[in-house]
Design a protein around this ligand. Structure first.
Ligand SMILES: [Zn+2]
Length: 929
């Protein structure tokens, strides 16, 4: 049975009762998907939806019997030969399958999915287990909870679509097994490992709780929130305004765990969940959104959307799901703009036009490769086409049935717009139209009246669309039309008469009595526009026509190849010749290379990205330091940055504006900060300008509050890394019998004692014991481009474990911007940044003092011993690390023992590359006599 509006309201009301008295009440949705609606799509996406059904959904199960056989075989014979996430494949396949059923009445589709669901349910074990692993391992490891999360979601959707009670019952039995394994037992979900994956089951439990009101499912979800603190820490980092890419687990799977926070807000009304969820959404939008509307950089967030790193299809699907939740919670139409961008470009680009395959990686510049080729390690003889992306990609199109038109649940933002017959304002009874293009949806208004909305349109190939509204009887309701932020001027007409008031980036509300046959026409501004690049794409621009990203594909431009583009046009390139460009979705469809970042000159800057103070931060009285993403080195010469501080999130009134800086930070001095009131939120924005124009940082704007109870901040140096102005020193510590630095901040020191220095004088060094000895210094930020770490080192015993750290800034997996590490008797300088980089090793002589320096200058890391360059390695030019400290004698955060027994003296850490002569000079100082 499709869930009705009344059911949902009742569900939320009941949810509060079940959740106990602590919660203030159920959370508010501004917009909700249309449950039980029937959808049809035409136009370019309609063709893709049809191809997906014909060439994937209808054939994948019979071509890949392993999809279900893996469950049948779990306890037969040898250990299953599967990837750890194999249990997700059937759930992901079914989620997109049910979505496709909403968009089609093809009986073959229903029959195919029915066959898969029926056999899947038969394969559920007595205890509720529905994964592919042997009995002794049920739910305890692999990505087994993650797999069950997808199965729970699939069964809930199937139940909603078909009314089959046994699907819901099977989902409940899974959740019951999860509870009997992990709730009020000695085990925690944390113990299952693979945390960002397995903890995502929180989202499935929350959805199932909403459906069933079973209190245990909510309690289990709340227990997982506690486990978050030992893994991804999504709630606390979200409340603290930590950028998502700097959280402990910024991989894409975490996005589904973060969705759990949105659902917990709706269940409990606890504002903390809403704030944390929306913070992570906004952080990815600000810091990691690709020009295709996609997300991820090597399967995770990195804070840099310009690198030519892979954009995985699963990550885009997860990002789209987060955006749909953010739209539900905020009703912000610019989120629907972002979803539209992702759908027409990243999603449609991930699917081959044949419908037979989708990519693993849909790069901004590069080629399209089928996922069953690119990640064929996931394939098995009985499942040649199955991998994480092949089963997940179709969900990107299926999601149209969740955002194209939505139920409007919020009270009207502008009561004056209400015209009509009623004397009192009606309850929210409206629909939001987010999607434009050929389509039809049959649904019911919140009050139960049947209504059909039809669009005749060649959008986005042409610039206009015509909507026909057909209520079953004349009805008063609000229709909210998304006016895209990119459409500078949008013409709207109702039954042929012009309607004024369409504003870019806002909904246009038409509240009236609607009669069958009423029409609305919209004409958008589809002039070609461009977005400039930064970092790796500096000096290049992306071009758009409406929501369509344009790309250059030489084969498409020449009209060669079997697959034809949606559009092919000649675009003017600033500073270059006009170029034939096609839509990004079709680019690469014939196998050739393509580019969506194109060389251009005379560009305005890209939108700057505000970083610190963290959103919502309480800052002490005194000077305030504003940091933002550092532009490409080549941009520093002609780019300027300005700060604007506002007294409201709508950014209407500037209360303070200053700056003229080529790079971060901008510091508001103490006397200027006195113009701001304490205990009041202020919102801030960075504006970036070149001779060719300005760009502003994107909303939502971050805010800060001056807290007069905090000790006043010292007058800060105007430096990004807190470095000393004269010599760019970050930490200077002589270590003469004491770890206290002459410049910088000591966080912690243990397991050390004074020791003779390199020259033999007493108290010339410190000695670390190699057991627990570790000295930790705090830093503002690790230098992303150039730096030098130099010190005197005398190793007194080789580490008994794999690594002994002289210096390490490790803060999480694959994030250590510098380590000087003793490994197999040799000293190496290394960087961990998504992958390993490092110099050759220098043999360690026990008991002998050597002067060691690691110098990073752009893309080169050099290891100096006693003032001589001994080895160099190629490393990334820019390494953005989350490190906020580093340690001597051990790893500052990693739990495993990486201690080193050694003596150390004269530590110098600078935010610049010292010259060879300067390193030689440092090695002369304090040298052994
Ligand atoms: Zn994938």
């Amino acid at each position: 049975m499709p869930c009705t509006w009344l059911d949902l309201t009742l569900c939320l009301a009941l949810a509060v009762t079940a959740a106990g008295a602590a919660a203030a009440g159920p959370g508010e949705v501004k917009m909700e998907r249309l449950h039980g609606a029937a959808w049809r799509f035409g136009g370019v996406l309609g063709e893709r939806i049809k191809a997906n059904a014909e060439r994937w959904l209808l054939v994948a199960p019979k071509n890949n019997p392993g999809l279900l056989d893996m469950f049948a075989n779990r306890d037969k014979g040898p250990k299953p030969n599967l990837v750890p996430w194999a249990g997700e494949f059937v759930g992901k396949y079914l989620i997109s399958g049910v979505q496709a059923m909403r968009m089609s009445d093809d009986p073959r589709l229903r029959a195919t999915l029915d066959g898969v669901v029926s056999r899947l349910l038969e394969l559920q074990a007595e205890d509720g287990y529905l994964g592919p692993w042997p009995k002794a391992e049920r739910l305890l490891g692999h990505w087994d909870l993650w797999g069950h999360y997808h199965v729970i979601e699939a069964l809930l959707l199937w139940h909603e679509q078909t009314g089959e009670a046994k699907a819901l019952a099977a989902a409940r039995r899974i959740a019951d097994l999860i509870c009997s394994t992990y709730l009020d037992t000695k085990r925690r979900v944390f113990d299952a490992g693979s945390h960002e994956m397995n903890m995502s089951v929180i989202h499935g439990l929350a959805l199932l709780y909403e459906k069933t009101k079973e209190p245990r499912y909510l309690r289990m979800a709340e227990e997982i929130v506690k486990d978050f603190e030992r893994a991804g820490d999504y709630l606390r980092t979200g409340l603290a305004g930590v950028e998502f890419f700097r959280t402990p687990r910024p991989r894409w799977e975490s996005l589904h765990a973060v969705q759990g926070l949105a659902e917990l807000y709706l269940i409990t009304g606890d504002e903390r969940f809403r704030r944390a969820f929306l913070h992570h959404w906004a952080s990815i939008r600000r810091c990691d959104l690709r020009n295709t509307g996609g997300f991820s950089s090597g399967e995770q967030a990195t804070g840099n959307p310009y690198a030519d790193t892979p954009i995985e299809t699963c990550c885009v699907v997860a990002w789209q799901a987060v955006m749909i939740d953010a739209l539900r919670l905020t009703g912000d139409p610019t989120i629907a703009d972002d979803i539209e961008l992702a759908t027409f470009n990243a999603i449609a680009g991930a699917q081959h036009p044949s419908g037979e395959w989708c990519t693993y990686d849909t790069p901004m510049n590069g080629r399209r490769v089928p996922s069953h080729v690119a990640i064929n390690f996931q394939a098995r003889p009985d499942a040649p086409h199955l991998n994480c992306c092949s089963v997940n990609g179709p969900r990107g199109l299926g999601a149209l049935s969740e955002w194209a038109v939505m139920k409007w649940c919020a009270a009207s933002p502008d009561a004056a717009n209400v015209r009509g017959t009623g004397t009192s304002r009606p309850q929210p009874n409206g629909l939001a139209v987010n999607f434009y293009g050929r389509m039809e949806v049959k649904t019911a208004l919140p009050n139960g009246t049947a209504v059909t909305i039809r669009q005749e349109s060649d959008y986005p190939l042409l610039d206009a669309t015509k909507l026909t509204i057909e209520p079953s009887e004349p009805q008063h309701f609000g229709l909210f039309l998304r006016i895209p932020a990119w459409s500078a001027k949008t013409e709207v007409a109702l039954n042929g008469k012009a309607v004024l008031g369409a504003k870019p980036g806002a909904y246009l509300e038409l509240a009236r009595e609607w009669k069958s046959g009423d029409t609305i026409t919209l004409r958008f501004d589809m002039s070609i526009r461009h977005e400039p690049g930064d970092l790796e794409q500096h000096g290049k621009a992306s071009f758009y026509r409406g929501p369509i990203l344009l790309a250059h594909d030489e084969q498409m431009a020449r009209g060669e190849g079997k697959f034809r583009p949606w559009m092919l046009l000649e675009a003017p390139i600033p500073g270059g010749q006009p170029l034939k460009l096609c839509d990004f979705a079709s680019a690469g469809a014939n196998g050739g290379p393509y580019r969506s970042w194109l060389p251009a000159t005379g560009l305005r800057p890209p939108p700057p990205v505000p970083l610190l103070p963290a959103d919502g931060a309480r800052v002490p009285p005194g000077p305030i330091r504003f940091a933002f993403r550092k532009p490409a080195a080549a941009a520093l010469a002609d780019r300027k940055h300005y700060l604007r501080i506002y007294d409201s999130p709508s950014a209407e009134r500037v209360v303070l504006g200053l700056g003229d800086n080529p790079k971060p930070p901008i510091v508001v001095r103490a006397h200027e900060a006195k113009l701001l009131k304490p205990n009041v939120p202020y919102y801030w924005q960075i504006i970036s300008g070149t001779a060719h124009g300005d760009s502003e940082s994107l909303p939502p704007h971050k805010h800060f509050i001056i807290d007069p109870t905090l000790p006043p901040a010292p007058d800060l140096p105007a430096a990004q890394y807190g470095e000393r102005p004269d010599d760019a020193a970050i930490i200077i510590a002589s270590l003469c019998g004491d770890p206290k630095p002459d410049w910088g901040h000591l966080k912690d020191a243990k397991g050390w004692k004074p020791a003779p220095g390199p020259d033999g004088e007493p108290n010339g060094a410190i000695e670390l014991d190699g057991q627990a000895g570790r000295v930790t210094y705090g830093i503002v930020e690790f230098p992303d481009r150039d730096f030098t770490v130099a010190l005197w080192l005398c190793v007194t015993a080789l580490p008994k474990t794999q690594y002994g750290q002289v210096f390490s800034a490790w803060c999480k997996g694959m994030d250590d911007p510098l380590r000087l590490v003793v490994h197999q008797g040799k000293l190496h300088a290394r960087i961990e940044a998504g992958q390993f980089f490092g110099t050759d090793g220098w043999p360690v002589e026990l008991g002998k003092w050597v002067h060691v320096a690691a110098v990073k200058e752009g893309a080169k890391l050099t290891l100096y011993i006693n003032g001589q360059a001994r080895s160099a390695a190629k490393v990334p030019e820019s390494v953005v690390s989350s490190a906020e400290d580093f340690a001597l004698g051990g790893n500052p955060h990693f739990g495993g023992p990486e201690f080193l027994a050694c003596r150390l003296a004269d530590l110098r850490f600078h935010a610049r590359a010292l010259s060879p002569a300067e390193v030689r000079e440092a090695a002369r100082r304090g040298a052994p006599k």
